[in-house]
Ligand binder design. Structure first.
Ligand code: ZN
Length: 322
């Protein structure tokens, strides 16, 4: 017997959440899921986003509410990153399910094909969902033992076919100016924070801003990390001697970078410097929650999306890059 009291995304079936489950459950169940996660404190009963009043008329045919106190209308996605949504609730849940399942991320073209929606809608939706995912780690500060490192992404010209035409793409004159470094700080295998910079040295400022005093920092011997010695108890590992010695290593940051490289190289092929921070945050989130079930991850994306305000970068539907 179906347990109606149990929440759709939290039910045992969500361990192996499938797109089929979402579409079979249908639009009403999907809508119910949105309401329960938007308004958890009232178990899905509408709360006016304008004035906080809990008394609202439901305009059933349009799935909109009218507040009894301030008379303004709103919907379950008003004021969230999914406001002005054009997709059905089932399609939105399906997109979250696809994003949750894809260990290396998913390109917006693939998302468009799977959902049968326009490529531009898929692109905007994927970016909004990534923004919501990234919000989870945006303000956290780490205080235990961490490792820091940087990973350069993009910016070199494509390799040439003929050997005679090939150049050393590491040289500055063959760079496009779009090369960036993703700096990651990871506490154990559970909490990863990331930022995008033009060079690794900027990672010192990042560490200063996001690590509490007394945090033990593991870093390699590269000179840009020397500044850390004065700020934190710092352990250095010389990678030309060993990757891990006496418990000092940056291996967990390295596993994050391999996921990021697989994501950028394998799925997206090219990412603009402007959006790189979102891919970096998405890969970090996947890496930290790698043991969670698909259903739990999809639920987390939905919860984050409904808790995130309207996107400043991607408001409305399609816009020229802001
Ligand atoms: Zn109101």
């Amino acid at each position: 017997m179906m347990q109606m009291a149990q929440h759709f995304l939290l039910s045992a079936a969500s361990r192996a959440l499938k797109l089929k489950d979402i579409y079979q459950a249908g639009e009403n169940r999907a809508y119910e899921t949105f309401c329960k996660l938007r308004w958890p404190e009232t178990d899905g009963e509408a709360v006016c986003p304008h004035c906080g009043c809990c008394d609202a008329y439901f305009l059933k045919s349009r799935r909109r509410y009218k507040c009894a106190a301030c008379r303004q209308q709103f919907s379950v996605t008003s004021g969230t990153i999914l406001h002005s949504r054009k997709l059905s609730f089932t399609d939105l849940l399906a997109a979250m399910c696809i994003l949750a399942k894809a260990a290396k991320g998913v390109s917006s073209l693939q998302l468009a094909r799977e959902l049968g929606i326009h490529a531009k809608s898929a692109w905007v939706l994927a970016h909004k969902l990534r923004e919501a995912i990234g919000a989870e780690a945006r303000d956290i500060k780490l205080d235990d033992e961490v490792a820091i490192d940087g990973c350069y992404v993009g910016g070199s010209i494509p390799d040439r076919n003929l050997k005679a035409n090939r150049v050393d793409r590491r040289l500055k004159r063959y760079q496009t100016g779009k090369r960036r470094v993703v700096i990651a700080i990871r506490e154990g295998k559970e909490r990863t924070i990331t930022t995008v910079a033009k060079n690794e040295a900027e990672g010192v400022e990042f560490a200063k801003a996001r690590l509490l005093p007394g945090t033990i920092v593991n870093a390699d011997e590269a000179s840009q990390w020397d500044m850390l010695n004065a700020l934190f108890p710092t352990e250095r590992i010389n990678h030309s001697e060993a990757y891990s010695l006496n418990g000092v290593h940056t291996n967990f940051v390295e596993s994050y970078f391999s996921r990021l490289r697989r994501m950028v190289g394998g799925q997206h092929h090219w990412v603009s410097p402007q959006h790189l921070h979102q891919y970096a945050a998405h890969a970090a989130w996947l890496e930290d929650h790698r043991r969670s079930t698909n259903g739990a991850l999809a639920g987390r994306i939905l919860r984050n999306a409904l808790a995130s305000p309207v996107s400043r970068t991607f408001s409305g539907r399609w816009q020229k890059a802001a």
